[in-house]
Design a protein around this ligand. Sequence first.
Ligand code: ASP
Length: 353
Amino acid sequence: MRLATLSLLCMSLLTACASPNPTRSFEGAPNRSALAIHGGAGVIDKDTPAEKKAQYVQGLSIALRAGQEGLARGDSALDVCERVVRILEDNPLFNAGKGAVYTENERHELDASIMDGSTLACGAIAGVQTIKNPISLARLVMERSGHVLLVGDGAEAFASQMQPLPEAAGRIERVPNSYFDTPARHEALRKKLEERGSQLPPSLTDRTPDYRGTVGCVALDIRGNLAAATSTGGMTAKRWGRVGDSPIIGAGCYADNRTCAVSCTGTGEEFIRHGVARTIANLIEMRGLSARDAATEVVHRRLQPDDGGVIIVSRTGEIAMVFSTIGMFRGAADSQGRFDVSIWSDTEAITKP
Ligand code: ASP
């Protein structure tokens, strides 16, 4: 009898070890798709010239449309998240890829993460300096490294190893660090250093909203699979080597088919302390909250005012976009024809179908 129990236990342990990430499908997949994107909390002034606002709306709309069309074609949530984030990384208006903010020593160090809610597979990179599209390297970390997070020189060396492989073709491109330069970000660095003066280290309570602009995407595909992706240059004038929440699974990014997919933007240190993305998923799973209520609880009750915002798509296709800053560049679309892009208050949608 004892032997039988023991062998049963061994068998179940072996099964668990053989498949650490069993596919997490759920019954009654909604057969609808939905996605949300963000281009960062900490937005432009409302009196910014109309032409400039239009550029942001256009940049968000192009990315959102690409995601919506991909999901309509039946692409996976994971592929859509990677593709959408690549589009935003290539847009110099946003703080990810081209247009990333500067470190205090005038370099760019980029962080990114991606997660597949159907298996809990995830990958992330931090502090890379020559990767044109960090999100694609994060995905290769997930698929080819056997690890979750690679940083700095190790991540760059991994990129060099991956580059000759067919799956890296057209996805992993190397660029000089100066490729990420933009005059607007340089001016933001100059201002930040001037404000900071000789104060070293900068105050921990300094939450002065700067020009953020991290990007992210969350998606639910027609098979009921969720995915999330986040990419950033970090915070203006960050200390070199500093890593924020964006590449930390459970802080700036999380996806689990049982609950939701989350991508965050804001003061990274706070998002790490509060494990924001994972806490939202936990509130949905354990307290049965809606995506909006879970996000409100974390963004408005646990974080401080002005810390940032989150986008969520739940397993049922509910989209929530919640922030405590004056705005958040964002967009939402689904298979029922929703398509809207917004910058400021919760209610205002700039483009509607
Ligand atoms: N969360 C990012 C970071 O702390 C910044 C942002 O979202 O704008 O690196």
